[in-house]
Design a binder for this molecule. Sequence first.
Ligand SMILES: NC(=O)c1ccc[n+]([C@@H]2O[C@H](COP(=O)([O-])OP(=O)(O)OC[C@H]3O[C@@H](n4cnc5c(N)ncnc54)[C@H](O)[C@@H]3O)[C@@H](O)[C@H]2O)c1
Length: 309
Amino acid sequence: MRVFVTGGAGFIGSHVSRVLLGQGHQVTVLDNLSRGRRELVPESAAFIEADLADEAATEQALRGHDAVIHLANFLEVSVSVERPVAFAENNIVNSVRLLEAMRRAGVGRIVFSSSATVYGVPKRLPLREDDPLGVQANPYGATKVAVETFLGVYHQLHGFDCILLRYFNPYGPNELCDPETHAVPSIVRAALEEKPIPLYWQGEQVRDYIYVEDLARAHANVLEAKGLQVFNVGTDVGTKVTDVVETVSRILGRPLPIDDLGERPGDVAASYASSEKLREATGWRPQVNLEEGLRRTIEHYRERLGIAG
Ligand SMILES: NC(=O)c1ccc[n+]([C@@H]2O[C@H](COP(=O)([O-])OP(=O)(O)OC[C@H]3O[C@@H](n4cnc5c(N)ncnc54)[C@H](O)[C@@H]3O)[C@@H](O)[C@H]2O)c1
């Protein structure tokens, strides 16, 4: 297939592009490099530096593609609280611009990078796709719900095939958050730099850490899915943040001192997925366990930070 990856110079997009190329697909990456880095785009992918706000340029670039994987969003939750309008514009309005450009270019298939955040505070665990969406605690989550809703509209009105992937907690090489708010890169960086590990809630929160290459493969698995479908992408395993710290400590072979940051309002205590639906529909399964994923992540950050092993 000829696949158009928005945000393909970013963390998840760089892995998605590589997986698709490895499976023989052709890949075009569109990214404005506001966050992404050109060198993360695989050499055999075509690259277009453009902003989704430029609907005409997107339409032109889209012609001849069979499917879109849409990852170009802003994602730092704390920034979304300070800049809700920027988030609404980039994540919601630019996504609708993309959908309009697709309609005009005759491309009617899209896979969207949604998030477990749409469930709000879970009423039961593991979370399943038919669980109700929750009240959103921040503008970022609201943008994901809004884009999911628009995808439903394009499915109803224009017959688009729309696949909503709700990611749980991706981690691995190439993560680019600034400020760094995600647990795994914060823990790994602090550990390698021999600083105390910053922990909220004393690390008691439970999350579902999905290695980024496993997540990337899920996109390839749903490329040909039809209709309007929602899939969780997680491991079905709830892991405490303290378990991540202990695993990193074991890999590095030394104890890790903690910086207790207290409580952080708005955080969900526990969240993990049932990915049974994706497994049954496509045969997808995660292949990289937490220990192996953390080893690879540590290697990546060692190189990136220039810290010898
Ligand atoms: N990383 C996570 O933990 C996580 C969790 C759930 C969902 N997601 C979603 O996955 C997607 C990808 O996330 P990521 O972690 O790879 O983020 P990222 O910031 O590394 O990648 C996003 C890319 O989109 C590009 N971009 C942003 N706005 C653009 C625009 N208007 N035009 C063109 N390019 C634009 C950025 O330059 C960047 O390269 C996002 O939709 C995010 O909300 C991420």
